[in-house]
Ligand binder design. Structure first.
Ligand SMILES: O=c1ccn([C@@H]2O[C@H](COP(=O)(O)O)[C@@H](O)[C@H]2O)c(=O)[nH]1
Length: 224
């Protein structure tokens, strides 16, 4: 069975990203490249990582007016990522246009509420709903807009799946039992996230910051 774990290679250093991906490749299902990697290495860096032969999740969390996001997605078409993120808070028209601009084989998923935010953080930016209600609201909107799924924390994935039984659910903020949360505020274990309906687990530092990333990925795999 293909692993649901995508390792987040959050580094500006292309050689380091390649080295970690090469070490863990037999214990993960793919690699996730985000803003830190992309702003340093761009499209050519993504193409170089693609040569490793693992599926690529391009986590750029696009968020702008519909025309700008659609043009950005168009510019990424030839990279053919397995998964691409946009912010669901960009609204329905933005999500519709992003999906229309993406290649057929790319799952476009909407980030609902970042896993680094809790209810106090939401209130501080003027969102009166709690994280649970806000994830539910944006999940419904992403579905109506024709996306493939959403990004949410493991604390909400069960509720999101209830609203969208055939949706694709990406869960970051995943930590092995007793793992350090760091800047993540809504955290669950890999097993719990899968039990509750996650389709894909995004795991970064618990693997990449370990003394032996391959062993860390293997240990996580053993809990699934
Ligand atoms: O809500 C979100 C959306 C994306 N992420 C990304 O996932 C990884 C998590 O890394 P860890 O080191 O396992 O905390 C990171 O690349 C984020 O950009 C997220 O954490 N939360």
């Amino acid at each position: 069975m293909t692993s649901p774990v995508y390792v987040a290679l959050d580094t500006p250093d292309l050689e380091r990203a390649k080295a970690i991906a090469t070490k863990v490749r037999h214990h993960v299902g793919g690699i996730k490249l985000g803003l830190e990697f992309f702003t340093a290495n761009g499209r050519s860096g993504v193409k170089e990582m693609a040569q490793l032969g693992l599926p690529i999740f391009l986590d750029l969390k696009l968020h702008d007016i519909p025309n700008t996001v659609a043009k950005a997605v168009q510019a990424l078409r030839d990279l053919e990522p397995a998964v691409l993120t946009i912010h669901a808070a960009g609204g329905r028209a933005m999500m519709e246009d992003a999906k229309a601009a993406a290649p057929a084989g790319t799952k476009v998923v909407g980030v609902t509420v970042l896993t680094s935010l809790d209810d106090d953080d939401l209130r501080s930016i003027g969102v009166e709903s709690d994280s649970h209600a806000q994830v539910e609201r944006l999940t419904k909107l992403a579905r109506e807009a024709g996306l493939d799924g959403v990004v949410c924390s493991g604390a909400e994935v069960k509720a999101a799946k209830r609203l969208w039984p055939d949706g694709f659910f990406v869960v970051p903020g995943v930590r092995p039992a007793n793992g350090e949360a760091g800047d993540q505020k809504r955290v669950v274990t890999p097993r719990q996230a899968l039990n509750d309906g996650a389709s894909m687990l995004v795991i970064g530092r618990p693997i990449t910051a370990a003394a032996d990333p391959d062993e860390a990925a293997r240990a996580i795999e053993a809990t699934l």
